[in-house]
Design a protein. Structure first.
Length: 389
């Protein structure tokens, strides 16, 4: 009888042990997609650097589980983006995917991600379609919905009495979302709305047109190398000394190249290096120590993405086999964000404060972003009511 009982106990022990080992993984594989080549390469690199910093701070783990990150360059080409998503899912068998710099890439990969029922944590691109009717229960974003960056600047322009504003952006999804967002909150007159080619680097013809209109201000969205060239050419033309420049794309990736040329420019963001909370102070200090530069919004959002994944894995005790439990843990957003606070709307996009900064010198004499105002607090995007996911 004792022998039989011992045998049963050993069998039960093996069954329990097998159950535990099958639900807990020795590692979590994460696919990181970004734009790492061309004029916008600095944006993807900052995303990646911010994400990896959070992992390095925990000795290569998230949620006490070892992490393997597979980095892929979408080359700012939608077809390449689709290819790398399929590779990550079908060949690399990743557990979740993060990153994505540009909205045209995000729109291209949304369907293959959805078809594979893949968890996705976006750390930049936030196209309007995915916030509304094409939302997905597996998609979460630690950045913002595209319109938000422009909405806060539209409100700021209204609050500060600008009457006539000229609008410019690249002709792709995020550019269109941005200008729509500005118009949604700006109560003055739109002088003109100009769309330029994505990755265009010469704006002499457009600046001549802008100069002839003599607006109170010009609002632009030109990320990466586009923004650097635009501001430099605006300065060379003399327009920057006569017209207020409002931008949603001046940040830590472009300021090193612009330097004092950008002093006085206004920039919109959900995050800035001078935000006074412990999570942000620790992040900025660690990032500067490692990379010898001031982090950008891209780095901050990706750092938050890693910390969000960390919080979810801690909640599930490292169990990634129960997708519903992991999804619920992600939605809870139980971590200290560098933005101060963040919570998810029903469509997976954050409800958060949107701020305006001005380019100025910091306490160390470096050209950086300084907080000016928070025109929109706890902002929800306008597309969430259309999300039925």
């Amino acid at each position: 009888m004792k022998i039989v009982l011992l045998h049963l106990l050993r069998t039960l022990t093996l069954v329990v042990a097998f159950g535990i080992s099958s639900s807990l993984r020795a590692e979590v594989k994460i696919g990181f997609i970004g734009t790492f080549s061309g004029p916008a390469a600095s944006l993807g690199q900052d995303q990646y650097d911010g994400f990896m910093l959070a992992i390095e701070q925990q000795s290569g783990k998230l949620g006490n589980v070892p992490v393997t990150v597979i980095k892929e360059d979408d080359q700012l080409k939608p077809d390449v983006g689709i290819q790398v998503v399929r590779k990550l899912i079908d060949r690399d068998h990743v557990d979740l995917i993060t990153g994505v710099t540009f909205s045209n890439i995000m729109m291209a990969i949304a369907k293959p991600l959805a078809d594979a029922d893949m968890l996705f944590i976006g750390s930049n691109a936030g196209p309007s379609q995915l916030a509304g009717e094409q939302c997905n229960r597996n998609f979460f974003f630690t950045s913002w919905q595209n319109d938000n960056l422009a909405e806060v600047m539209g409100q700021y322009a209204t609050d500060n009495g600008f009457k006539n504003v000229y609008l410019m952006a690249p002709n792709y999804q995020s550019g269109k979302d941005q200008l729509n967002g500005f118009k949604r909150y700006f109560k003055g007159n739109i002088v003109d709305e100009v769309y330029t080619q994505l990755n265009q680097l010469d704006y002499s013809a457009e600046i001549a047109m802008l100069q002839s209109e003599q607006p109170d201000a010009v609002y632009v969205f030109y990320p990466g190398g586009m923004g650097i060239n635009f501001v430099k050419q605006l300065h060379q033309s003399g327009v920057l000394n006569k017209t207020v420049l409002l931008s949603s794309s001046i940040d830590g990736t472009s300021l090193p190249a612009l330097g004092e040329t950008a002093l006085g420019v206004y920039a919109s963001s959900a995050w800035g290096p001078d935000l006074d909370n412990s999570a942000n102070q620790n992040f900025v200090t660690a990032f500067e120590a490692k990379h010898k530069r001031i982090p950008s919004l891209y780095a901050a959002q990706a750092y938050d993405a890693a910390r969000l994944i960390d919080s979810a894995l801690r909640k599930t005790n490292g169990n990634i086999s129960d997708k519903q439990a992991l999804r619920d843990a992600i939605r809870a957003a139980n971590f200290d964000s560098v933005k101060g606070s963040i919570r998810f709307n029903t469509n997976g996009f954050p409800i958060q404060n949107m701020r305006v900064f001005q380019v100025a010198k910091d306490s160390q004499g470096r050209v950086s972003l300084t907080s000016v105002a928070t025109p929109l607090k706890d902002l929800s995007d306008s597309y969430a009511p259309h999300c039925k996911s």
